[in-house]
Ligand binder design. Structure first.
Ligand SMILES: Cc1ncc(COP(=O)(O)O)c(C=O)c1O
Length: 263
């Protein structure tokens, strides 16, 4: 059998660390970022803004729905200003034209992309593996925009591998990871893969089988398993272990990317 260890380690502070440092260095007083109405990243930027002394603007995909859901209400409670962008315009969020438009509304800002994944985020995530003191062979994480996997893989020692579990359907995630590693390091590492078999139909899709698995896993391990990201990774690892896809004795670390429930 292979052996599984959980590592509670939110990817959000790691993704923001060098972005906040760059924003400070550029003298920016405002952070602007993009996200869906339930985005963990929007929450994280709002928190970072309050604790690190930046104003924050969240550009939210779609229309405003009142009352605000818990994520957006939280972001506002941290001082974040919200702006809504219709879905068509939102698709142009990375264009120079949209940036100029946002600057005309809000003045100068430090831009953090949707999901927080850019070269600086990758560099922050690359610090994670070396902080794990127990020896391991494989490290696993969920994949949304790819920055966490790109960084974790870059931070591995020789012989170690990273497996990212896709939480979205479409098969485009490896391309994103490649792009992010190129941006961050000017090269692509060959010690990672994206597992595409366990997204359960797409982003935020939680069929009963996954729900039952997550509830059971959470009860046995004493924490609330995030259904959108973490459950899909844990389901995938468990299925692969049961199918004997890892050689006997493989030491696997699963990064639970939500906030530490014990903290
Ligand atoms: C809890 C959690 N885990 C994992 C991820 C995926 O990280 P990445 O977008 O860097 O692939 C996210 C989203 O960004 C997340 O909120």
């Amino acid at each position: 059998m292979s052996e599984l260890t959980l590592r509670f380690d939110s990817n959000k502070p790691r993704k923001l660390k060098y972005n906040l440092a760059a924003a400070r260095q550029e003298g920016a007083s405002t952070l602007l970022t993009f996200g869906g109405a339930y985005s963990n990243h929007i929450r994280a930027v709002a928190t970072a803004g309050r604790t690190e002394g930046f104003q924050t603007i969240g550009v939210i995909r779609g229309e405003e729905h009142l009352p605000l859901n818990d994520s957006l209400a939280y972001a506002v409670s941290q001082g974040m200003r919200l702006m809504y962008m219709d879905r068509e315009s939102y698709r142009t969020k990375n264009s120079a034209g949209t940036r100029r438009f946002l600057e005309s509304l809000f003045g100068d800002f430090y831009l953090i992309p949707e999901g927080g994944s850019n070269a600086k985020a990758v560099q922050g995530c690359a610090e994670l593996p070396a902080e794990i003191t127990e020896p391991f062979d494989i490290i696993c994480c969920p994949v949304g925009t790819g920055g966490t996997l790109a960084g974790i893989a870059a931070g591995l020692a020789p012989g170690q591998r990273a497996i990212g579990f896709a939480t979205l359907k479409g098969g485009f995630l490896p391309t994103e990871v490649v792009k992010l590693q190129r941006e961050a390091y000017g090269r692509v590492f060959d010690n990672w893969q994206v597992e595409d078999r366990f997204h359960f139909g797409g982003y935020a899709k939680v069929p009963q089988e996954l729900e039952d698995f997550a509830a059971d896993f959470g009860a046995r391990h004493g924490f609330e398993v995030d259904r959108i990201y973490v459950a899909k990774m844990l389901y995938g690892i468990t299925a692969m272990m049961e199918a004997g896809e890892f050689p006997t004795g493989t030491r696997i670390v699963a990064v639970v990317t939500t906030e530490n429930p014990a903290a």
